[in-house]
Design a protein around this ligand. Sequence first.
Ligand code: B16
Ligand code: MG
Length: 214
Amino acid sequence: MQYKAVIFDLDGVLVFTDKYHYLAWKALADRLGIEFTEKDNDRLRGVSREESLEIILEKYHGEPISEDKKKEYLVEKNEIYKDSLGDMTRDDVTEKVRQTLSKIREAGYRLAIGSSSKNTSYILERVELTDAFDEVADGTMITRSKPDPEVFLKAAQLLKENPSDCLVVEDADAGITAAHAAGMDAVAIGAATVSGRADYNISSFDELLGILHA
Ligand code: B16
Ligand code: MG
């Protein structure tokens, strides 16, 4: 086998919480009179909450905002976001994703999550996916988010695998950069396929089975 383990990004790969991130940031941006489109939202994929706020504030031209105020905005955004997550259920993960994950595991690969989100554990519980993974590396365990490789190196460390034996699955350009910086090959799905920078592009999650001969 070319790889021993597969590290999955969460938002945009396994679950589509990106729409909830967008709506929560949009609510905050509207209140502050900042223009924020779905295209702007694409720049936030895989990026930490704090860095996302800085990107949104690039279009803010009012009085300087204190660090304390920024912290309040981060809390406000996360409260709106978590309200949406509360409505998620098992049905928010497709059968195709569940079956593909099972088949990959049955073929002998070890599975981990590598997500920038500090809400990872909560999301996995909501959609009943916690048991599908051997290890979880997330935003609560790192100091630098994607495109830095830290979260993927943390996942490899938890899995006790060499980075070069791990394959990353990502929807964010920042995630493809992070995987390569970690010394890992990367599969792009969704938005990350556009740049053509990944080692593989897939348009359907079950195409992973072909790449992994699972
Ligand atoms: P949170 P991923 C990322 O998740 C999202 O893509 C990104 O939009 C978000 O800002 C980041 O998590 C932090 O999320 O506010 O929940 O800590 O794609 O790395 O699974
Ligand atoms: Mg993602």
